[in-house]
Design a protein around this ligand. Structure first.
Ligand SMILES: [Zn+2]
Length: 145
């Protein structure tokens, strides 16, 4: 929803009167502190949105057509952008977990060789290792989709 001093009517009139529709959508998004998608929804609901007013691009990653109000520099759609950001975060987490697993395994090995092995601690670490490995496999599976 558009939260602002501008009514739907204001937005529609402003859009209809503008020479550069693409640019106007961006301006309206700024004026209403929302985003281009929200403005387009408002215009669609009002029945004045014409997709031909916007230039569409083909996403470099998924091949889907998407619109952008930016004149240049946008080659990846929002969905792919979000996916990429998510994957980056997961890769970081996986790296951290793998490090932790390595540390636990090294500690366990040391523990088993000690004079009085603390089996409780070793077992506990093993459980955690299993849990971390499971979390990694889930994230890797999701990353492949
Ligand atoms: Zn895409």
């Amino acid at each position: 929803m558009v939260r602002s001093w501008m009514s739907t009517h204001d937005i529609v009139v402003s859009y209809k009167q503008s020479a550069n529709k693409q640019e106007q959508i961006e301006i309206l998004a700024d004026l209403t502190a929302s985003d281009a998608e929200t403005i387009i929804e408002v215009l669609k609901d009002a029945g004045v949105f014409n997709p031909n007013d916007l230039s569409f691009r083909t996403c470099k990653r998924c091949g889907e057509k998407f619109f952008t109000t930016q004149a240049s520099g946008v080659v990846v759609c929002e969905t792919c952008k979000r996916k990429k950001a998510r994957k980056k975060m997961q890769d970081k987490t996986i790296k951290r977990l793998k490090k932790q697993i390595e540390r636990y395994e090294a500690e366990n090995e040391k523990g088993m060789k000690s004079l009085v092995p603390s089996w409780f601690v070793i077992e506990h670490r093993r459980g955690e290792i299993e849990g971390m490995k499971y979390a990694i496999s889930l994230m890797e599976q999701e990353g492949m989709r």
